[in-house]
Design a protein around this ligand. Sequence first.
Ligand code: TIU
Length: 230
Amino acid sequence: MGQTGQRETGQVLIAAEPEPIAIDPARTAVIVIDMQRDFLEPGGFGETLGNDVSLLKRAIEPIKALLTGARAHGMLVIHTREGHRPDMADAPKAKVERGEPSLRIGSPGPMGRILIRGEAGHDIIPELYPLTGEPVVDKPGKGAFYATDLQTMLLNRGIDTLIVCGVTTEVCVHTTVREANDRGYRCIVPGDCCASYFPEFHEMGLRMIKAQGGIFGWVSDSTRIVTALG
Ligand code: TIU
């Protein structure tokens, strides 16, 4: 804090591809996408779709390190959860009836009803549980901006840059980065803080973000970001 009590706006240079990016931590938010039991633990939505959920665990420790660094700098941390109202009025028929899952959205499973708000499986994994005061955005879609108050939160805090991480790389992380990019936010994606049920989609998803001069944003990693924050 400066003498006036105002936060000093120190720019921090983050090593990234396709090029380094200077951020102001006071205007940067970390968005942790859908690190929910439904995607990371057996018996949830991810497994009902036929996926090996153990593939997503690799993102947990890097996200922990990133959050420790971000919180130490007083950065805004926002968590998201994909899921639907218990009455499922917000769940599109096209989403509920798609494919041949072992259990459909709304069906009772070992962690409660699949992808339904308030159920154990819908909540964030204990390893990354939000701290008191950190906003949790419940989203019905893949993108974190669609039908949520995320943009209002960012506007209220004067945020211009997002560090977007979580699962899965090519689905909810990518959709959110694309939504944010079109809304004028600069997006940094720490690759080791993201994961996919399909390692090749993870790799390609990151390459798509940073290609063409950073068509959707920048790709970095937890170590480079935490080192830059100091
Ligand atoms: N959070 C998120 O990515 N939702 C998904 O459904 N992802 C899949 O990869 N299925």
